[in-house]
Design a protein around this ligand. Structure first.
Ligand code: C5P
Length: 409
């Protein structure tokens, strides 16, 4: 066998990643992770500690990564016996998943007593650790000290999460799922095109009370708005998400303010907007609210119909766009027909520089979407893709427009 396995050339979007595995039952999830990374076009070199090899075999990781798996600091196949430098030199990111409590302690202390810890000490690329351990090991003061030191040292931590653990206990310390770690890795590689910017996003539906147990609402899952918040955060922005009722988890690093009615959303936006550089109105805001909502549950009067009196809600986006020095405003239009005509009309009426339009029947509740952007330059179809992919493209477009706007005419 050759001294080193040359890295396969990464694709255009592919990155050169070193995936380290330390000892933990969560190592089985890393098989799925390497598969996802390779499928996405990344070049993944796997290094395993001796303890990791007790949980999952190097053969498995070799088959899935398509490359030699490295386990030994003294492996004579590494050129010049400089494995600790060779194997990480061309890498753009080291990800250690699972990251044991012991491994984290070693990184904090700068110990280099096996191949993986040596590679980490000798690295010149960022290190991301996905911790995985029993909840008491995680809660232990020593681990917590190490966690805060790792953060101070610039090490990125992906997780852990709370939940059921392999040992039968429940608590903090469970390794993130492979999809979540994959998401963290993809996020890491996003261009930081909105660094230093503050982005305000509205998302989800609003709920207009009829009485304490009933409301008028819009069919909106909030997925697109949450994806926009996440993509803006990934791009380096400080993000505030004002959300109507949804069942979604807050994207990492995003400040979330929960509201119910359009009026509450309006008040929250008014408070936050002064600090915003960019405002993205993704929420499906109810156009009307019920006048004199009942304080007690309305009883059915059989045989009789019922009439609700409705009043128009404020148009939050139009209000923000009309401010004396408004943030860069982005509107959304979900239409059931005549997409182009409605989108253009809406952009002009609300006087906003950018509008993202999609067909409601394609987008509602779905995980993917097909957005077309409209700005002064015309129409920009984003193609079909996941809502996160679409949101990343939208964020890239906003960043490019902001940059152009800054240039002297
Ligand atoms: O007027 P229409 O509801 O079709 O416009 C949709 C866009 O306006 C979305 O960006 C939505 O978030 C925003 N909007 C708003 N306040 C309203 C109604 C819509 O901010 N009351």
């Amino acid at each position: 066998m050759k001294a080193t396995t040359p890295a396969k050339p990464a694709s255009n979007t592919g990155r050169r990643i070193l995936l380290g595995l330390t000892g933990g039952i969560a190592a089985y999830k890393s098989a799925q992770l390497v598969r996802m990374l390779v499928k996405a076009g990344h070049d993944v070199r796997v290094v395993m500690t001796e303890a990791a090899c007790r949980f999952i075999t190097p053969v498995t990781m070799q088959a899935l990564s398509g490359q030699t798996v490295w386990t030994d600091l003294w492996d004579p196949r590494v050129a010049d016996n400089m494995g600790h430098i060779e194997l990480s030199r061309d890498r753009e990111l080291i990800v250690v998943a699972p990251g044991s409590a012991n491994f984290m302690a070693k990184v904090v202390q700068g110990l280099a007593d096996d191949l993986l810890s040596t590679l980490c000490l000798a690295r010149d690329c960022p290190l991301m650790i996905a911790p995985a351990m029993n909840r008491q090991m995680w809660d232990n003061a020593a681990t917590q000290r190490n966690v805060s030191q790792l953060r101070k040292d610039g090490v990125l931590l992906a997780g852990p999460a709370p939940g059921d653990q392999a040992c039968g206990e429940t608590g903090m310390g469970r390794m993130l799922e492979p999809e979540e770690i994959f998401g963290e890795i993809e996020a890491f590689f996003q261009p930081k095109s909105l660094a230093g910017k503050r982005v305000l996003v509205t998302a989800g539906p609003t709920a207009e009370a009829i009485d304490p147990v009933r409301s008028i609402t819009n069919a909106s899952s909030g997925k697109m708005g949450y994806a926009v918040a996440r993509a803006a955060r990934e791009a380096g922005a400080q993000v505030t998400l004002i959300s109507g009722p949804t069942a979604l988890a807050t994207p990492g690093g995003v400040e979330r303010i929960d509201v119910k009615s359009a009026q509450q959303m309006f008040e929250a936006v008014k408070k936050a907007v002064a600090r915003a550089d960019v405002f993205v109105a993704v929420a499906a805001v109810s156009d009307y609210r019920v006048v004199n909502a009942a304080e007690q549950k309305i009883k059915k009067a059989s045989g009789k119909g019922m009439t609700l009196e409705l009043a128009e809600n404020p148009d939050i986006l139009a209000y923000v766009a009309k401010l004396p020095s408004p943030p860069f405003c982005v509107g959304f239009a979900a239409e059931t027909e005549k997409l182009v005509a409605h989108a253009k009309e809406k952009r002009a009426r609300k006087k906003i520089p950018l509008l993202a339009a999609n067909l409601a029947q394609q987008a509602l509740g779905a995980d993917d979407n097909e957005i077309v952007l409209y700005d002064d330059a015309g129409e920009h179809p984003l193609g079909r893709g996941s809502k996160l992919e679409q949101a990343r493209k939208l964020v890239g477009h906003v960043a490019a427009m902001l940059k152009r706007g800054k240039r002297p005419a």
